[in-house]
Design a protein around this ligand. Structure first.
Ligand SMILES: Nc1ccn([C@@H]2O[C@H](COP(=O)(O)O)[C@@H](O)[C@H]2O)c(=O)n1
Ligand code: CDI
Length: 161
């Protein structure tokens, strides 16, 4: 039996670096360090793109936006997410809800979560209630705990349009 709903999971990591922006969920966050990447290194949006592409059986973000392609140098990841939403729509998939966990020892993200939900809901073409964002430290353990970078996991539910 072919189900009308599917689930996907995404995971991404980017290292902290000096003189870089910190952009998470399409929102600029003031911090002493930013994230290193070929694009703007929005680790949250990258994990979310992978969750959506995974749910649709469409591979991963690197397949659609190769980091060897100069057109994605310093790319705005919000535009990549908007493109992924279009790809899903063209394949007959609508987005149900997404749940995201950002692992960051610093900075404190709670004050920015509301803005991220607004931005992501706009990009995903869903109500804000369908976008949940959580943040956690790793209690000073591992690369996240040593403030070497930020990791993010996302899950997404999609359904047949
Ligand atoms: N970068 C972060 C990490 C955590 N939070 C908020 O603090 C709460 C407690 O964090 P734990 O690591 O002890 O689980 C967490 O539930 C978040 O609300 C944050 O805002 N930014
Ligand atoms: C977003 C892309 C775009 O070139 O580049 P990066 O910013 O390096 O991000 P990463 O998650 O390592 O790889 C995915 C790429 O598609």
């Amino acid at each position: 039996m072919k189900l009308n709903i599917r689930i996907g999971h995404g995971f991404d990591v980017h290292a902290f670096a000096e003189n870089r922006r910190l952009v998470l969920g399409g929102v600029d966050i003031p911090h002493t360090m930013g994230l290193l990447g070929h694009s703007d290194a929005d680790v949250l949006i990258h994990a979310l793109c992978d969750a959506l592409l995974g749910a649709a059986g469409m591979g991963d973000i690197g397949r659609h936006f190769p980091d060897s392609d100069v057109q994605y140098k310093d790319a705005d990841s919000a535009l990549l997410l908007a493109h992924v939403v279009k790809l899903l729509e063209a394949a007959g998939w609508g987005i149900g809800n997404v749940d995201i966990t950002v692992m960051a020892q610093v900075p404190k993200l709670a004050p920015f979560v509301a803005d991220m939900r607004v931005r992501l809901a706009e990009l995903l073409l869903v109500d804000q209630g369908e976008v949940n964002i959580k943040a956690t430290t790793t209690e000073k353990l591992g690369f996240v705990g040593r403030k070497e970078g930020i990791a993010c996991e996302a899950v997404a539910l999609i359904s047949r349009l």
